[in-house]
Design a protein around this ligand. Structure first.
Ligand code: PMP
Length: 446
C-alpha cells in the first residue's frame, strides 16, 4: 500500500517531529486511516473507546440532543440530560455517593476533585489542610493540580516549580514490591500502612486527601491493588479524618468488569473521578462524584463550589454519556467486559505466559497489562534508552494494532509495559487478531 501524501499541518501535535496518519473512519473495533489501512483498536485509544467507534445508540442520542438543544450554560440552566445522567450515575455509584459534578475530561475531573476536597475542609472550618498524599508511579492528568497529584517524575520535571505540595508513597505493585516469603495480604497492608506513616510524618492535620487509582493504568499498566489494600487505606483515611479520592478516569465505567473499579475492592470513596469511558470517545466528558456528606458541607456553608468551566454539564456530552451508560448497564456491556476480559487474559497467557521477555501479565476485565523485561527470573528491566515500549507501539501500529505502551523510566523500578484496553464489543476472533498482531510486534522488537 502506498503511503498517502501528507500535506503540511498546522495542528500542534504532541510530538513536533512526527505527523501521525489521518484517521478518517471508525467501524466497530477498527479505525481506518486516509490510506485505507485498518487498525484494531486494542487500547481504545487511551482506554476511551469502550463501545468501539460506531455505536448507533450513542450517535442517535447525540443527534437527538443536537436537534433539541446543543448547549445551555450551567451558570444559567440545568438540563434534562445532565439531570438524568447524574441520577443514573448515583444510582449505580458506590455507597454514599450522592452528587455528580460534570466536566469535560479526566484532568478537569481530577482538578475538580482536588478543589472540592480542599473547599470541603474550608467549609467545615479546617483551612489548615493544604496538601495531598498520592502514590509514586501514578498519573492523574496534565493540568497543574492533577500533575502535582501524579507521581511520574518525568512528566513533572519541567513544571516542578509550579506544582502544589503533594507527598507520595509507594504504589501497590505486587510484581515488584512483594518480598520473598511475604503473603499478598501482608504486602498490601505493608504498603497501605505507608499512608499512616506519611500522615504522621507530615502531620495529619495538614492533609486534605489521599489520591489513588484502584487499578493503575498509564504509568504501571493495569496493576490492581492486592486484596485488603484499599480496605486498610479506607480505615486509615477515616482514622485520621482525611478524604479518599479514587481516580477512576481510566479504570472506571465498566473497564474492569464492574461499573466502578472500587466495587471489587469492597470500599467506597468520598470522591471518585470518571471520564474516558463515560463519553466512550463520542463526546468529551468527565465527572467528579462526591458523597452526600461533602455536598452537605457546601450546602450548609458558603452555598456553592467555587469552581466551574464553560462546558460544565454540557447537554450534548451528557446525552451521549447517558446513552453510553445505558449500553454499559441495561445492555450488559459491563458484564461482557468481565467475561471477555477473562478470554483476553487466557489468550494473553497462552501466547506470552512463557515469553522470555514478558515478566508479568495482569489486570481486570478489559484492562490488561504486560510488563516487558530483559530477564524474567531477575525481573531486570531493559535499559530505557532502548525504547522497547515505543518500538512495540510502532511495530504493532505497523501490523495494524493500536496498543498503549509506556517506557520503564522510573529509576529502574519498573519495566516497559504494554496496556490493552479494547472495546467491550470485541469478538473472540478479534481477541485472536489482537494477540496475533501483538505477537508480531514482540517478535520484531523483543
Ligand atoms: N487520571 C487518570 C487515571 C488517567 O489515566 C488520565 C488520562 N490518561 C487522566 C486522569 C487525565 O485525563 P484526561 O487525559 O482526559 O485529561
Amino acid at each position: 500500500m502506498n503511503a498517502p501524501v501528507v500535506p503540511p499541518s498546522h495542528v500542534f501535535h504532541r510530538s513536533s517531529r512526527a505527523t501521525p496518519p489521518r484517521a478518517v473512519r471508525g467501524e466497530g473495533a477498527y479505525i481506518f486511516d486516509a490510506a485505507g489501512k485498518r487498525y484494531l483498536d486494542g487500547s481504545g485509544g487511551a482506554a476511551v473507546s469502550c463501545l468501539g467507534h460506531s455505536d448507533q445508540t450513542v450517535i442517535q442520542a447525540i443527534k437527538d440532543q443536537l436537534d433539541q438543544l446543543p448547549f445551555a450554560h450551567s451558570g444559567f440552566f440545568s438540563s434534562d440530560p445532565a439531570e438524568r445522567l447524574a441520577d443514573r450515575l448515583v444510582a449505580h455509584a458506590p455507597e454514599g455517593i450522592d452528587r455528580v459534578y460534570l466536566v469535560s475530561g479526566g484532568s478537569e475531573a481530577v482538578e475538580a476533585a482536588l478543589k472540592m476536597a480542599r473547599q470541603y475542609f474550608v467549609e467545615i472550618g479546617e483551612p489548615l489542610r493544604t496538601r495531598f498524599i498520592a502514590r509514586r508511579q501514578s498519573y492523574h492528568g496534565n493540568t497543574l493540580g492533577a500533575l502535582a497529584a501524579g507521581g511520574n517524575a518525568w512528566r513533572k520535571a519541567k513544571f516542578a516549580p509550579l506544582l502544589i505540595e503533594t507527598n507520595h508513597i509507594s504504589p501497590c505493585y505486587a510484581y515488584r514490591g512483594q518480598m520473598e516469603g511475604e503473603s499478598l495480604e501482608a504486602y498490601g497492608l505493608r504498603v497501605a500502612d505507608e499512608l499512616e506513616a506519611e500522615l504522621n510524618r507530615v502531620g495529619p492535620e495538614t492533609v486534605i486527601a489521599f489520591v489513588a487509582e484502584p487499578v493503575v493504568g498509564a504509568t504501571l499498566g493495569a496493576v490492581p491493588a492486592v486484596p485488603g489494600y484499599f480496605k486498610r487505606i479506607r480505615e486509615i483515611c477515616d482514622r485520621y479524618g482525611i478524604l479518599l479520592i479514587l481516580d477512576e478516569v481510566m479504570c472506571g465505567m465498566g473497564r474492569t468488569g464492574t461499573l466502578f473499579a472500587c466495587e471489587q475492592d469492597g470500599i467506597a470513596p468520598d470522591i471518585v473521578t470518571i471520564a474516558k469511558g463515560l463519553g466512550a470517545g463520542y463526546q468529551p466528558i468527565g465527572a467528579a462524584l462526591c458523597s452526600g456528606r461533602i455536598h452537605a458541607a457546601f450546602a450548609e456553608g458558603s452555598g456553592f463550589f467555587q469552581h466551574g468551566h464553560t462546558y460544565n454539564a454540557h447537554p450534548t456530552a451528557a446525552a451521549a454519556a447517558d446513552a453510553v451508560l445505558t449500553r454499559l448497564t441495561d445492555d450488559g456491556l459491563t458484564a461482557r467486559a468481565a467475561e471477555m476480559g477473562e478470554t483476553l487474559d487466557a489468550a494473553l497467557r497462552a501466547a506470552f505466559g512463557q515469553h522470555p521477555h514478558i515478566g508479568d501479565i495482569r489486570g481486570r476485565g478489559m484492562f490488561r497489562g504486560l510488563e516487558i523485561v530483559a530477564d524474567r527470573a531477575s525481573k531486570t528491566p531493559f535499559d530505557p534508552a532502548e525504547g522497547k515500549a515505543a518500538r512495540v507501539k510502532a511495530a504493532a501500529f505497523e501490523a495494524g494494532l493500536i496498543c498503549y505502551p509506556m517506557g520503564g523510566t522510573i529509576d529502574g523500578k519498573q519495566g516497559d509495559h504494554v496496556l490493552l484496553a479494547p472495546p467491550f464489543i470485541l469478538s473472540e476472533d478479534q481477541i485472536g487478531e489482537l494477540v496475533d498482531k501483538l505477537s508480531q510486534a514482540f517478535a520484531a522488537v523483543l
